[in-house]
Design a protein. Structure first.
Length: 393
């Protein structure tokens, strides 16, 4: 009798657990925790609001570079990518922990973001290569859901350790190295896949324009909460306990994607995108209008975490709907576009806050997120092929 969930060599559990841990570390504990500790970093190192936006933008650009590099090389070099992902995230976290100045902190924060960009394609290849996880189609979604728990753990660490924000980064570095080692120990050693794929035809890019427009706007609309959410709450009078608990609520919302996944997938890709991104927009607007209401702030953060994480899944489903055989390429393109949107959004919010204040900047982000729903309301309905691909090679 097969025992697919035992902890033997043919079990998917070891690699699923290790991969989820690496995503939780590189995303939740390192890349996205920047906004969690930002108020404390600003107090100690004097990092300005506008400069913080530029740092976030630079980190997003390096994330994109890592994601593109990973997509191009993961088929043959997944193990090397896991090593580089863990080392770059841990090195960046260590640099932030030891930073004596805003400049050093900024460089370390940017370097740390490469880890997340490299980890995702490396784990896609690792899950496809391992015989146990290859048989489980939901393996990738399980691993990607590690972002939510990572955010919650980062918040719990901050709640216990702040204002000692440097210790948070030390813990993040150690956990990231441990998670990377665990992935290396549980990865398969099958034959590598092809190193290259034929460049998609021009019609493929044309068919994806709605996805890319939606991803860019959603990225821009999400940047305010990810980078300045806690700083906004602190500026509005919330103490460490409330503002950090709000961050934990973000992680809890992301974790809640798992029990709602069946319902969301039943909506179809475009309707799911409208619902999830609309939720993200409403949550950003709620924070902008009533940041001093603790219950509303916590509920808004939980809704935002759910909307962002579930929306990322809807984005993948949308690319699969357009051209399933090239779904990996579509997913990579969509997520790079989303992160570039975050880079632009972070820099814009950072420039707006000193001039117009947090509420106006967050309302602007909510408008961008709401606009991200528009491309999904046009074009082919869910489940229908895109006519732009009717003559594709």
């Amino acid at each position: 009798m097969k025992r697919p969930f035992s902890f033997g060599s043919r079990s998917p559990l070891p690699l699923l657990a290790a991969g989820t841990g690496l995503i939780a570390a590189t995303y939740g504990l390192v890349r996205l925790a920047y906004g969690l500790v930002l108020p404390n970093v600003q107090d100690e190192l004097g990092l300005g609001v506008a400069a913080a936006g530029v740092v976030s933008g630079g980190a997003s650009v390096l994330y994109c570079a890592g994601a593109v590099l990973g997509f191009l090389t993961a088929a043959r070099h997944a193990r090397a990518l896991v090593v580089v992902a863990a080392l770059s995230a841990a090195l960046g976290a260590t640099g932030m922990a030891l930073a004596p100045s805003p400049a050093v902190f900024a460089v370390a924060a940017i370097v740390s973001s490469a880890g997340a960009g490299l980890a995702s394609p490396a784990l896609v290849a690792a899950l496809q290569d391992h015989p146990a996880t290859r048989r489980h189609p939901r393996a990738q979604s399980i691993v990607n859901a590690g972002t939510g728990p990572g955010l919650a753990v980062a918040g719990a660490l901050a709640l216990a350790l702040l204002p000692s924000w440097r210790v948070v980064w030390v813990v993040a570095a150690v956990v990231t190295l441990a998670a990377g080692a665990a992935v290396l120990l549980t990865m398969g050693r099958g034959s590598p896949g092809p190193t290259t794929r034929a460049l998609p035809p021009a019609s493929w890019f044309t068919a994806h324009w709605r996805v890319l427009a939606a991803a860019l706007l959603m990225g821009a609309g999400s940047a305010a909460v990810w980078n300045y959410g806690r700083a906004f709450l602190v500026d509005s009078g919330a103490g460490d306990a409330v503002s950090v608990t709000a961050w934990i609520a973000l992680g809890a919302g992301g974790t809640a994607v798992a029990p709602t996944a069946r319902w969301v997938s039943g909506l179809g890709a475009q309707r799911a995108w409208v619902v999830t991104t609309g939720t993200l927009a409403a949550a950003s607007a709620a924070l902008a209008l009533a940041p001093d209401s603790t219950p509303l702030a916590l509920a808004a953060c939980a809704a935002f975490g759910w909307g962002y994480t579930a929306g990322s899944g809807a984005l993948i489903a949308w690319t699969v709907q357009i051209d399933a055989p090239r779904a990996p390429a579509g997913t990579a393109l969509a997520f790079v576009t989303l992160i570039l949107g975050q880079a632009a959004g972070a820099s814009t919010v950072g420039a707006l806050v000193p001039e117009a204040g947090y509420p106006a900047a967050f309302l602007g982000a909510a408008v961008a997120a709401a606009a991200a729903t528009v491309p999904a309301l046009t074009g082919p309905r869910s489940g229908q092929p895109d006519p732009a691909l009717s003559h594709s090679a």
